[in-house]
Ligand binder design. Structure first.
Ligand SMILES: [Fe+2]
Ligand SMILES: [Fe+2]
Ligand SMILES: [Fe+2]
Length: 417
């Protein structure tokens, strides 16, 4: 169903911009590695343009685990000294939470020496060797600056890197002059043009949109469970309100992505075990505009409008715009109320979870004061237990794969040290 909501090209841009929210230098590294890898494969000559574009998306995500496991500001340290945590996490992230399950093993081994991987029976072993070289080239080019010399790689041909891939790199430099283009930034245009060939199925788009929601877990695991709960409460409430399938889907995507702006905020702030001061609260509030900017021109205006209003209230007391009810509809109301209920249900480091009665009182008070849309809040109240039970069941099922990731991390890690 996602096809009508986002194009393939916009989906890829959205992934890129979401990574940028978390850490721009890291995102830039991922894009350069993606460029180098695609040019190398292009030089090899046996790939169609759309296949190259698929590899670009994979390479764009090659370090996704680093956003979770490491201080992303210390790229050189984890890429060169202790690459295992981000390799394991990135592998599991792509395996369970993206449409790239088949290719995910490449990420697990993307820092492992060729001497250990050369006999591996793996369909994408060659592309994995290319990714390794592309990755190290970008790291060396950044580290050595003017002294950078890509032929240094030949010193490691046969030990760290695949000799065939080392000579492919030499051919690529000769044919495409990639390092000059990376230096003068002219690669960007070329990179953008090649992304035009990405063609995602409906199912892949759907999975990528969910993956972006799971990205919030790179910062704070609780955000994932809360977002999933919000999504399903919205679904059940939308059903009770007899929303059309189309409207329900718009609320669904808005709910899925409503908090991705949080990715740009410091983790210490998101997990602060105390009440925040005014300055910190204002910083948190920027997550709405950050999300809006990220989604802009990629998803429909209506989805963005609903997502951007999740902290607005019908009496004008919300943020960031202080919109009143006359400017909003039931879709906005569904997300606002669902998000608020889910949020207060969860215990926070600075306060206990609210009881069922307290939540019901809040809904009632919100109707009286005009804070909530009366019809939506009233429908919620009338069906409270049914909505919450059904949503909890569905959320639990949806979170199983996410838990698998967390559970398997230690096991995979230990098997490789
Ligand atoms: Fe990397
Ligand atoms: Fe890496
Ligand atoms: Fe929010």
């Amino acid at each position: 169903m996602a096809v009508e909501y986002i194009t393939s090209r916009n989906m890829v841009n959205l992934i890129q911009e979401t990574l940028r929210l978390i850490n721009k230098p890291m995102e830039q590294h991922c894009i350069r590695v993606s460029y180098i890898m695609s040019k190398m494969l292009e030089t090899r000559g046996s790939y169609e343009k759309y296949e190259l574009a698929d590899w670009m998306v994979l390479a764009m995500l090659h370090d996704v685990g680093a956003f979770k496991t490491d201080d992303v500001r210390m790229q050189l340290t984890f890429e060169t000294k202790n690459p295992l945590p981000h390799s394991v996490y990135g592998y599991l992230f792509l395996k369970y939470l993206s449409p790239l399950e088949e290719q995910s093993k490449m990420i697990l081994y993307h820092h492992m020496d060729y001497s250990k991987t050369k006999d591996m029976d793996y369909r994408y072993r060659y592309e994995m060797e290319v990714l390794k070289v592309a990755e190290i080239m970008d790291i060396w080019q950044r580290a050595f600056k003017e002294k950078f010399d890509y032929t240094l790689i030949n010193k490691y041909a046969g030990t760290k890197f695949d000799p065939e891939v080392c000579s492919l790199l030499a051919d690529t430099v000769e044919e495409h002059d990639i390092f000059t283009k990376l230096n003068d930034l002219s690669y960007k245009q070329e990179y953008d043009d090649s992304l035009e060939y990405v063609l995602l199925s409906d199912d892949e788009k759907e999975k990528y949109l969910k993956m972006l929601m799971y990205c919030t877990g790179l910062k704070d695991e609780q955000m994932v469970s809360e977002t999933v709960a919000t999504v399903y409460v919205c679904r059940e409430l939308g059903r009770k309100l007899k929303l059309s399938e189309y409207d329900k889907n718009e609320v669904y995507y808005a709910a899925l992505l409503h908090d991705i702006g949080m990715l740009a905020l410091p983790t210490e702030l998101l997990q602060a075990p105390r009440n925040l001061n005014d300055e910190e609260k204002n910083l948190i509030k920027t997550h709405v505009e950050l999300m809006e900017k990220t989604l802009e021109n990629k998803l429909s205006k209506e989805i963005i409008k609903v997502a951007a209003a999740h902290h607005e209230r019908f009496d004008g007391s919300g943020y960031p715009r202080g919109l009143k009810g006359s400017r909003m509809g039931s879709k906005e109301a569904i997300l606002q109320i669902s998000e608020q209920v889910v949020n207060t249900m969860e215990p926070k480091p600075y306060r206990a979870a609210r009881t069922r009665q307290e939540i019901i009182d809040d809904l009632n008070n919100g109707i009286i004061s005009g804070k909530y849309d009366a019809i939506v809040a009233d429908t919620f109240l009338k069906n409270y237990d049914e909505i919450m039970d059904k949503a909890a069941q569905k959320a639990e099922t949806a979170l199983v794969t996410h838990q698998k990731l967390l559970r398997n991390y230690n096991q995979v890690y230990k098997s490789l040290v």
